[in-house]
Design a protein around this ligand. Structure first.
Ligand code: SAM
Length: 230
């Protein structure tokens, strides 16, 4: 990571922003998000710090937003939904595939200090690495970040208790299933390019996986060997 002095200073987090976050969290609760740890994490992370200053006004709408390179920062409802389904506990080792802006990564860090995140796009990776170095507290937990194909997981850091994929996959990437700890869970949107269903896979034993399907969502595609280019 870059020394903090090299990183651009994050936008201030003001009383007004905190009020907008409280309103956003109330809207998420009204849409059915019930996990109080997840809602507290979304209330704590300044989402506007993941936006270019010119677009800051969009940060507390419940909407996805472009972050460049044809990618998006996920909608807050989607972040809350996926995080609640993942249910990371403080001792869990978590892998996120698709770092994007780093917002979901910062939300996960409020729930466990053991966060790994992989981004395929080198331009986004470099910007997000700088952003997270600038805005995460220096005395708090730091994520481990890597630029590469997350559809292949992070074998050296496996097994993971929780794996979260934030891009839409054509199926379950075998490497991610292999890198789940027994008792661990994978949350991943699966389906054709324009409509996926949220899927949770629990590894019940070395060769036993239970799959459940949840609400429909629409994500940008998971690329790479275990994704749409595989
Ligand atoms: N979690 C992100 C956030 O909080 O801003 C949003 C992620 S965005 C919806 C999906 C991201 O997945 C994009 O940044 C894209 O470049 C990345 N991606 C796509 N395929 C990937 C792969 N095989 N490995 C790692 N990242 C990938």
């Amino acid at each position: 990571p870059l020394p903090a002095s090299n990183a651009a200073a994050p936008a201030p987090d003001t009383y007004r922003h905190r009020g907008q976050r409280r309103a956003l969290v109330a809207a998420l609760r009204a849409r059915g998000i019930r996990d109080e740890r997840v809602l507290a994490a979304l209330a704590a992370v300044p989402r506007h710090q993941f936006f270019a200053p010119a677009f800051e006004a969009h940060a507390y709408h419940d909407k996805a937003f472009p972050i460049g390179e044809g990618q998006t920062i996920s909608q807050p409802y989607t972040v809350a939904y996926q995080t609640a389904l993942l249910a990371p506990a403080p001792h869990h080792r978590v892998l996120e595939v698709g770092t994007g802006s780093g917002y979901q990564c910062a939300v996960l860090l409020r729930l466990t200090p053991h966060v790994h995140s992989i981004e395929l796009n080198a331009t986004l990776f470099a910007a997000t690495q700088r952003r997270l170095a600038a805005l995460l507290p220096p005395d708090g937990p730091a994520p481990r970040l890597r630029c590469g194909d997350g559809s292949l997981g992070w074998p050296e850091a496996a097994p993971f208790d929780r794996i979260l994929v934030t891009a839409g996959a054509p199926g379950l990437p075998p490497a991610l299933l292999r890198q789940l700890a027994v008792g661990g869970q994978l949350v991943i949107p699966v389906g054709p390019a324009h409509a996926q269903r949220m899927v949770r896979v629990v590894r019940e034993g070395p060769d036993a996986f239970a799959r459940e399907e949840f609400e429909p969502f629409r994500f940008v595609p998971l690329l790479g060997a275990g994704g749409w280019q595989g």
